[in-house]
Write a protein that binds this ligand. Structure first.
Ligand code: ADP
Ligand code: TMP
Ligand code: MG
Length: 213
């Protein structure tokens, strides 16, 4: 948030923290919530129930930074559970919510609150993920973070799902299932469907691209 917006009472605000897995989205969200605490601003942090990787009741980063959170099943629950005096609302794992999150974030910001949402911008196939792309469009501020590519050490912008892990769009996990990758080392795995519709190889020895992950 700019110095200007910290000094004046602003009319509500949406900030989106995006990037691939391991890019520090949750760390940044927790940092911002702790700063709100220091500024004595009333705050609440929410996360979807499905994210049970490191903790059932807290927002948790890959390096075990924890901040207690309210667990919800649907974006509209935030409107029911937000306190009248809450000034800062944090939401982690935004990609797991439906597009209702866009409406909810808008209502919270319209009521004068600062809304912080962390989430994956793209999924394991490199496609825009859930409500995050729409939130990026309507947000006042978008912070796009990078991880480190596990193949070459360059800035990573994509999330590689590792072979044999599964083909569903939503699959909660971390190390051993996903890796941060740069553009040139990101090799989206073909879905079962595309494998079936791919033209036959006719004896060519060329390897399918998912073999050289
Ligand atoms: P995100 O929510 O974006 O997945 P987190 O904030 O939970 O990320 O975790 C970020 C932390 O993950 C880093 O501070 C670092 O300790 C750890 N980490 C593990 N693998 C990587 C990687 N490939 N690149 C950067 N950080 C990594
Ligand atoms: P993270 O960004 O905080 O590390 O968490 C991302 C979560 O999203 C993690 O549980 C894995 C999950 N995920 C999916 O469900 N589908 C995907 O396509 C990707 C890339 C991640
Ligand atoms: Mg996270």
């Amino acid at each position: 948030m700019s110095l200007y917006s910290r000094l004046v009472k602003h009319p509500g605000w949406i900030e989106v923290i995006v990037g691939c897995m391991y890019s520090g989205k949750t760390e940044e969200l927790i940092r911002q919530i702790r700063r709100a605490e220091i500024a004595k601003q009333a705050h609440q942090l929410f996360k979807p129930r499905i994210d049970n990787r490191y903790s059932e009741s807290s927002v948790a980063s890959h390096n075990q930074n924890l901040q207690s959170a309210i667990i919800i099943d649907h974006a509209y629950e935030i409107l029911d559970r937000v306190n009248a005096d809450t000034e800062v609302v944090g939401i982690d794992e935004g990609q797991f919510f439906t597009n209702d999150l866009v409406e909810v974030a808008g209502q919270l910001a319209n009521s004068g609150r600062r809304v912080l949402i962390a989430g994956l911008d793209t999924d394991w196939k490199g496609r825009p993920f859930g409500p995050i792309p729409q939130l990026m469009a309507v947000a006042e501020e978008v912070r796009k973070q990078h991880a480190i590519c596990m193949v070459c050490g360059s800035p990573a912008t994509r999330t590689q799902r590792l072979p044999g892990v599964g083909g569903q769009d939503i699959l909660v996990g971390s190390d051993g299932m996903y890796e941060a990758r740069c553009r040139s080392h990101f090799k989206p795995l073909p879905s079962e469907d595309s494998l079936l519709t791919q033209p036959p190889n006719h004896g060519k020895t060329e390897k399918p691209h998912f073999m050289d992950l």
